[in-house]
Every structure is written in C-alpha cells, then in structure tokens.
Design a protein around this ligand. Structure first.
Ligand code: ATP
Length: 644
C-alpha cells in the first residue's frame, strides 16, 4: 500500500511519498522523495484559504488523484490503494502508478499516449511560466523604469555621450571595413612568379608604388597547370548541368576550350579578386624581372594604392594600435582629469569646528585668531600699511591639533576652506603636481577671501636639490611662485602644517611666504584637562566630568590631543561592549591602560609583571623602591595609582 503526505509551505505544496511504488517503472517515485508544486501549477488549489476539502487533479501522469485538506490547514496524509486517508477522508480513485509491470497492454497504451502526455506536460509548464511572467510583469511599471533610466542618463550624461560616440565610431569603422573588403589575391612565393613568367603564363603584372608588392594574373594554360585552377578561375566543375551546357556551347561556337567559354560567358563574380596572385619583390632583382617580362612580352605597369585601400589599411593600423593603448590612455585620462584636481575635490564647507573645540594650544589660537579678524575685516591692518600674512606654518608633534586649528580658523572666519594633503601633489607625471598647485591657488583666488590648508607640507616642501626627483622640485617651485603671486589686497591665507620644520626648504619659510611660524606643542596638565572636557561633552558619564578630567589629565603626562580624544572614545566603546548606557570611571581607566600599554595580553603589563616577580623574589620591590601601593592599600590621590 502506498501512502503519501502533502505539506503546504510558503505557498508551495510538497508531496511526499511515504512508501515506494515498486512496479518496475523507472518513472515511479522513490520512497521519501519530495516533489514541490507551485500553486500556479495546480490552478484549482485554493491553498490554505479554503476551509473545506478540495479535490485536486495533480500531475496526471504520476497520480490519478490526490487530496488536499483545507480543514486541517495545510497538511494532508493519505493512503492510496486503501482509499482511506489518515484523516478519515475517502479517496475517489485509488493511487496508481504510471504503468503496471503486469499489464503490457496498458504499457503500450501509455507509450502511445506518451507523446500526448509530453505535449500536455509541456503546455502545462509553459502555462505556468507564462503566468509567473504575467505576475512579475504586473509588478513592473514602465513609467518608473523610464524615469529611472532618464535619471541615470542625466547623472551620467558625459560618460554616456563618450560611450555612445565610441560605440558609433567603432560601428562605423566596422561598416566601412565590411563594405570596402575585397577578395584578396593568393599570396605566392616570388619564385612562382619567375617560373610562371619563364613558362609564359603571366598575362599582366602590376607593381604597387611605395611598396614591394607585385600583383599578377596568369592565362588559362598556366592555371590549368596550377594546383587549384578551379579556385582561381572559379570554373564550375562540380555543377554537372552547367558543364553540359558549356560543352554544348563549345561544340556550337567552336571556341578553343572550356576556359574560353567560361571567360566569354561568365559574369565576373563578386568573390573573384581583380588580381589572382600577389608576391613580394626581391631586392636588387628588378633588372632581371623587367628583362624577363620584356623578353616574354608580358604587359606590366605600376600604380599607387587606391585611396580607399589606403584609408582601410590606416584604419586597421589605428584600431590594432589602440587596443593595447587603451588601458594606458585610461590611466592618463585619470591622471589628467580635472575631476581629480584637489582644488575641486577638497572644497570643504564643513565649518562646524570653532576655536571652542580646540583647547590646550592657547598661544597658537591667539595667533590664528588675528588672521581670522583680518579676513573678516574686523581688524583694520591696512591703515597702518600692514599686509595680511600670506602663510602661517603650524609646527608641532603629531596629534597636537594642527589640522583642527586650521579647520577652526576656517569655521570662525566663515570663508571657503581648501584642504589638501601635500602628498596629493606628488604625481607620477612630471609637471602634474605643479599643475595641481596652480589649480588649487586659482580656485582659492576665485573664492577670495579664502583659506588654503596644506597638511604635511614636508611631502613637497623638502629642501630642493637633495634628490633626483624633478617632479617634487617643480611642484615646490610652483608653490613658491604661487605664494609670491598673491596681490596684497587678495585675501587668501595659506596655512600649512608639518611635524618636520627642519626638513623644509628655506625659501618656503622666508618672510612673504610662511613668515608666521606657530608652534603647536604638547598640552600641559591644564591643557589636557580642557581637551578632555571638549571630548567629554557628548559622552554620558556616571561621575562629575570635571573630576574625571582632572583624574585623566593627571595620569596622562605627555599625551597630546589625539591621544586624549582616543581615550574617551575607547572608554565609550568599552562601556558599549559591556552593554552599559553610561561610561564609568573603570572604563576610562581601562582605556588609559590600553592607550599606554596597548591592547594585548594583560600579563605583559608592567604592573602584572612586577607583581609576578614580587611573588617569586619578595626582595625586588624594596630593592628597586617600587613597592606596589595597591597591595598595601596605599593608592593614588584619586584612588588610583599613577600609571606613568
Ligand atoms: N588641541 C586639541 N583640542 C581638542 N582636540 C584635539 C586637540 N588636538 C588634537 N585633538 C583631537 O585629535 C584629533 C587629531 O588632531 P589633528 O589631526 O588636528 O592633529 P595634527 O596635529 O594635525 O596631527 P598630524 O600632524 O599627525 O596631522 C582631532 O580631530 C581632535 O579630535
């Protein structure tokens, strides 16, 4: 007895044969095999929505009938053969295999019906697919597709124009080459031309001017002897009817041979080349060749290559050259593209930073504030005959806030701010870096009053003549020229930052260029406290922020602004890691430890190492005078041992 079950899953009905149908039919279902029917495949299936039993006709070739139980929701289990379902539902007709091993008649009958079944199955599948396609097409709106396409075109108009022009040009080239294509003559060795001449087969010869190519035709006798005369003269040897007709003409007209008949009556075919053979002239053999041709009475002449052919060969040469050159041209285009220009790329309107966000560098702030006042016109320096400083050089260790200061200047002055890294001027092609500098200064001049900020100036501002890098020297020269080129009323200030002022070319630091040198040094404890207060502004902390600032500032001598910002960020991350909503003192302390000793094996921290050593050799701490205060309950001023 065969049993099966049906499970409706996500709109699909899975039929499972629980026991095998072993009737020898190769198409019969195997035990536990599962077939997946889409709802579209079973059109009458109301799926789980119908609340009553539905009788379905399924896959007629495999089942006569089966049941779908809408009452139980989605699941149906039935026995076939016994005509009783597990759910107590009766089956109209018993479960039967495709064919019976016992009944040969039925088998043959089925085989006869096979084609019809196949067609039905095919049409059923096609219908299903068509229905699916219809459903999908319903969801597609042509208008929205057109809108999207239009938007894409508008956004990429330049690129699309370029691609279209290239495609059109290539298409036209292809068309031209196809239209001007001529059947080419057979290329033969030079010796064959001499042999044909000596035998008197050659009828006429053409020397191509400007090249060593020789074209020639031979007469019928020569071609009769040649290997493939039929291919040369296109004689219709194979066509029996045509041969008979030609023979008849030969007998009637008395023409010498089939070849003459062919020549007289046949129209020149498109595939027949104008010249049958072509060869290359051998050097210093012209005299012999001409003597031979004169002796044999061969007609010869010379002509230049036709214009069409010249254009054709030129086109082929250009195309074949362009294929390998295209990647290089693309690279060049990218390099030269104006879109890559830093002047354009770096135009920044992000003027969020103000002097309130920079702390611990008060002297530098005062110096730069003066420039802001000049740019805003708040300070009348001109009445005293003073000039706006053209360049300000911010010097100091990494992370002390040089870039931040420059951004604050831009933010306070409310003028366009062009920020570039000097390494962006270091280019592959000589002269390109200089061109970029020119672009940058031109853009800044156009939007005057404005500020140019060049970070890591030493990348291009190093002393000249120390290397063979011509490109870098040219870029620096251009920078010097541009800084000289500002007119006094032009309100463009160049702020540059460097960690290595000693490496700069002296010409850069002379008065009139980067005349103002502002040192942005490491902050003191008060500075660190202020910087921490800036970075703790938006961070929820479980204690008084001032207390934490004081604590951290006291624990972090030598730390610069970037380190302190990093500590606060790490603390917030640690709090988030443990799932807390608020940053605790412990998080901050761990962040300091991480900043000081790095993230890694806790056992490698000096405190841990000394603790372990202390256990092994109790006399070491007293000898070194570094007794762990925490062990004795002695702690730092704020409950923590100073780590530095
Ligand atoms: N004085 C400061 N006040 C507030 N935050 C600071 C200060 N200095 C540094 N920071 C923080 O450190 C980050 C990095 O600073 P910045 O890029 O300005 O350093 P830098 O001196 O330009 O470094 P480099 O020389 O390596 O370019 C800033 O974004 C800021 O969050």
């Amino acid at each position: 007895m065969a049993s099966f079950s049906a499970v409706c899953n996500n709109g699909f009905l899975n039929f499972k044969l629980n026991s095998g149908v072993n009737n020898g039919n190769t198409k019969s279902l195997k035990r536990n095999s599962t077939i997946c029917y889409s709802p579209v495949l079973i059109p009458s299936l109301g799926l789980c929505s119908a609340g009553k039993l539905q009788h379905l006709l399924l896959w007629r070739s495999k089942f006569r009938s089966s049941f779908y139980d809408g009452k139980t929701g989605v699941h149906l289990s039935g026995f076939c053969g016994g005509c009783k379902s597990q759910n107590g539902m009766s089956c109209k007709s018993s479960f039967r295999p495709l064919s019976s091993e016992k009944s040969r008649d039925e088998e043959s009958h089925l085989r006869k019906r096979g084609n019809g079944n196949l067609r039905k199955r095919f049409s059923l599948r096609l219908k299903t697919r068509l229905r699916l396609l219809k459903i999908r097409l319903k969801g597609v709106s042509i208008r929205s597709m057109l809108n999207d396409f239009g938007m894409f075109l508008r956004r990429n108009i330049r690129r699309m124009t370029l691609y279209t022009s290239i495609s059109v040009a290539l298409g036209m080239c292809y068309l031209f080459l196809r239209l001007t294509a001529l059947p080419s003559p057979k290329i033969v060795p030079y010796s064959e031309l001499i042999a044909s001449l000596q035998n008197g087969y050659v009828t006429n010869v053409l020397f191509e001017e400007g090249s060593r190519r020789i074209y020639y035709n031979t007469d019928s006798v020569g071609t009769e002897n040649s290997e493939d005369k039929s291919s040369v003269l296109n004689l219709p040897n194979e066509n029996a009817a045509e041969t008979v007709a030609i023979e008849r003409v030969v007998s009637k007209t008395g023409l010498a041979s089939r070849v003459d008949v062919f020549k007289k009556f046949s129209r020149p075919r498109a595939s027949t080349p104008e010249w049958q053979f072509s060869t290359r002239k051998v050097d210093r053999d012209e005299k012999f060749l001409l003597t031979l041709m004169r002796a044999k009475g061969t007609a010869y002449s010379s002509a230049p290559q036709s214009i069409l052919m010249s254009i054709r060969s030129l086109l082929i040469t250009i195309i074949s050259l362009w294929i390998p050159l295209t990647p290089m041209m693309w690279l060049l285009y990218r390099q030269l593209s104006a879109a890559n220009s830093p002047a354009r790329k770096r135009r920044s309107n992000n003027q969020e930073v103000t002097f309130d966000d920079v702390e611990g560098v008060d002297v530098a702030k005062i110096e730069l504030m003066e420039i802001v006042l000049c740019l805003q016109g708040a300070m009348n320096y001109q009445k005293l005959g003073a000039k706006l400083p053209r360049g300000v050089l911010l010097v100091g260790p990494p992370g002390t806030g040089k870039t931040l200061l420059a951004r604050a200047v831009a933010g306070e002055a409310g003028v366009p701010f062009f920020s570039v890294s000097a390494s962006e001027f270091v280019e592959l092609f000589v002269g390109r870096g200089a061109a970029r500098i020119r672009d940058l200064f031109n853009a800044a001049r156009k939007s005057s009053p404005s500020i140019i900020f060049i970070d890591e100036l030493d990348a291009v501002g190093g002393k000249r003549g120390r290397s063979f890098n011509d490109e870098r020297d040219q870029t620096l020269n251009q920078l010097l020229t541009e800084m000289d080129g500002f007119e006094s009323e032009m309100k463009v200030v160049v702020i540059a930052a460097t960690n290595r002022p000693e490496a700069l070319d002296p010409a850069l630091c002379r008065p009139g260029r980067f005349s103002r040198k502002v040192v942005v040094g490491e902050p003191d404890e008060e500075g660190r406290r202020k910087i921490l207060a800036v970075h703790l502004r938006g961070v929820p902390i479980d204690e008084d922020a001032d207390l934490i600032c004081n604590l951290v500032a006291s624990l972090t001598p030598g730390f610069v602004g970037a380190d302190l910002a990093n500590i606060i960020n790490e603390a917030a991350l640690l709090a988030a890691r443990r799932g807390g909503d608020i940053v605790t003192r412990e998080d901050v302390m761990e962040a300091i430890e991480r900043a000081k000793f790095g993230i890694g094996d806790r056992q490698l921290r000096p405190s841990t190492i000394s603790k372990e050593l202390g256990k092994l050799f109790p006399w070491i701490p007293s000898l070194m005078g570094t007794i762990d205060t925490r062990q004795d309950g002695l702690q730092g001023s704020l409950g923590y041992q100073t780590l530095s």
